[in-house]
Design a protein. Structure first.
Length: 144
């Protein structure tokens, strides 16, 4: 367990944050990290990963949609009139609701595949992974 964790940390240090390549590296690191922490049986893994991958893909699509429809327009927020700003805010809230609904749906599906305890471990592990990734990114950025 410690060897895998050390290997993951070593891989973090070699990450170059080029968009597509780094996304694939991060995805591979995340899969390894979650695999280690969830301790899935082969049967659980066979059922879990398709559900998880579908969720991740849908979540990525929603975040991309959010970027295209909203966040990219926030750069020029000063030029928006009140009606445009209200429309943008409504679109943002709609996407946030979709993301929340997606997460609820995922948690319901995944809790039928793995235990409730492992589902909670998954939630915690995802947050831990994200924190480690941000910490490593800041370390690498500061070291340049």
């Amino acid at each position: 367990m410690n060897r895998l964790f050390i290997a993951i940390l070593m891989l973090f240090t070699t990450l170059s944050f080029a968009q597509d390549k780094s996304r694939e590296k991060i995805k591979a690191l995340k899969v390894a990290y979650l695999t280690e922490h969830l301790e899935l049986s082969s049967k659980e893994a066979q059922e879990f990963w398709p559900v998880y991958n579908e969720y991740e893909e849908k979540r990525h699509e929603l975040r991309h949609k959010q970027w295209v429809e909203i966040k990219s327009k926030l750069k020029d927020v000063g030029s928006l009139n009140e009606e445009e700003a209200q429309s943008l805010l409504s679109a943002y809230l709609k996407i946030e609701e979709e993301e929340e609904e997606l997460e609820k749906d995922f948690l319901n599906k995944v809790s039928k595949v793995i235990s409730a305890k492992k589902t909670l471990v998954l939630m915690r592990s995802e947050e831990d992974f994200k924190r480690q990734l941000i910490k490593q990114y800041r370390h690498n950025k500061g070291g340049r």
